[in-house]
Ligand binder design. Sequence first.
Ligand SMILES: [Zn+2]
Ligand SMILES: [Zn+2]
Length: 738
Amino acid sequence: MFADISFPISSYQVFTYKVPNNLKSHLSIGMRVKAPLGSRNVKGIIVDIKKTTNFIGSIKSIKEMIDDQPVLDKNLWKLIQWLSKYYNCPIGVSAKTVLPNNLSTKYELKTQLYVKAIKNDQELLNRAKIQKAVYKYLQTKQALVPVNSLKDYCSNPNDICKELYSKEFVELVKVPILPKLAGLTFDPIYKDIQFTKNQSLAIKNIISAIDSNNFKSFLLHGVTGSGKTEIYIEAARHVLRKNKTVIILLPEIALTSQIAGRFKAVFGETVAVWHSKLSRPARSWTWKKICLGEYKVVIGARSSIFAPLKNLGMIIVDEEQEDSYKQESPNPRYHARDVALIRGKINKATVVLSSATPSLESYYNSKIKKLDYIYLPERFSGKYPKVDIVDMIKESKESDKYGEIFSKLLIEKIENRLSNKEQIILLHNRRGFSPAIKCNDCGEICMCSHCKIALTFHSNGKYVQCHFCNQINTTLPEVCLKCNSYNIQLSGTGTQKIENLLKSQFSNASIARLDTDVAKSGNNITKILQDFSNRKIDILLGTQMIAKGLDFANATLVGIINADTGLYLPDYRAGEKAFQLIYQSAGRSGRGKIPGEVVIQSYNTDNAVIKHATKLELKKYYDVCLNERESLDYPPFSWIVKFEVRGTKKNHVENSINRITDSIKHMPKGIEKLGPAYCYREKLKDNYRMQIIFKSKKKYDPVGARLQKFYNSIIINSKINVSRNPQLIVDVNPTSLL
Ligand SMILES: [Zn+2]
Ligand SMILES: [Zn+2]
């Protein structure tokens, strides 16, 4: 018997191996094994099993199985195959994404040795003083005691206990050390609520889809605070009753702790949390328990979509518009929302895409009935907040003060809330102290030496950092590289600067900042959110991490420091994203009994995005936006694929991309080419970047097959090496064209 194995390497080639006799009855397609590749044993996945092979030459044998039980069912294997084909990614690499190499059902917890006294005859130990002392102590305890806690009695407790054990004075027990999972959730309240009419209807629709045992997909469009989490819980309850399982995807690790807490309050220990900030033992242990079927609900970030749950009944994608669902690197550059739809289809499960601000694509798909549309137009409790917009240009002129961070109105309202003991959320989507360091004489901005990205100054620790490659420099730039002037100034505003200002202006308030600099660990995030939830914090300042999903009843004021951030980036989705961020942040206000308010500060109050966002006119803005997209043939009216060439030598990058362009002899009808051109971020991590965008009108190409065929032929014809330097990156449905 022979098996073809695909390895996580950039090659599409598969390799044939002999199946040793002892494994013959255990192996099947889709299982992970170790086999010799070159000089090493490498983990790979079986893609075919056959009785004979045409291969001539010596054939090596498979060494061992990675899991001791089947991890992949037929459906997950189909998903791996789809990933590979759709995202143009070798199957071994796709398999590794679904089943990470360091996870296995063979994982065993580390153990700790415990000891307990059993015999009652210490006379026999008279000659061994230390053993006697230890034994006496254990007798007083009458319980299992960790061996390494006996260091006060002897320097080598392990040896002493083993001696006692051999004389049958004690018993020794190995106890597994369970990973700490408690710090991953908070807010374990279940809101036992009376559903609104709209909520009940939504639940009824979703439940009847679950009962159909067929693939059904929904867009659950509920305004912020409309009680979507409670709908998820009811639907999940129904799925579990049918003995099926649930995946809930959340876009931010910051959100998992609160929502998982609420799920645990209802479903107890069947709920698993899954994201990249889990400790290694927690990760390995959780994964093994998912495989063993001990968890029924997996809640987590992007990669949770691959959780090896059996008998999957429902997938919920919360805040489905979020770009964090897209894996930018490495290959496969998948979008978890799209994978969710495919996994749902393969498993005949129900998929619920959910948001207060759906992506334009999903919104459009609901209009053309590709998704069933459920709308929750009103808040569960309370009204929508009152929104004030402050024209910061007018304000500066009137006050004759320029570059102020807080408007008069915002300060007034913050003071008012503080005196009422209500809470405030401030959003500013730039971390660090100053996002730019500028020469006052020539205007030059200090750039990272590896990226074409402005360096950010960080005040605590006083260093500059590139937010792309994360390189840190502790010596601050003193001289302008362009004009040699010493007149260099910190410019712009980041969250640290705002935090300092808040602390001096509102010295009696308790202020916390939440951005990726603070949120280095999952527990840290949970702690801050929990403190805010318990009203230990008055003002919570943060980046987009705090803009979505969080639910704090006592937060009655949201301030958006600069609504224009990101508005003018050269990307067709810049407006949509800016709108969603403003709308979502506004939604954090007034979710309890007390009415909420929002203050939005902007220098572009005439801009359509700002105008509609401040009036919370989502459908109006989306219709404007859809018209624009249609006239320019952008998604959702076309498919897009991005060819990016990156490499360390500028001229090599240019030559390669020209070779690609030259290899295109004919453009099929409905397909359009933009570029080649340098990317907006033309250099990242010492790599120059150029791109070509291909758009294919859905009118001629309803499922994107024409575009796929077209770009595959380009890859073949241009004979460009996808993995060398310069490298070709093919990004299917890119979320960023920067
Ligand atoms: Zn200068
Ligand atoms: Zn950099």
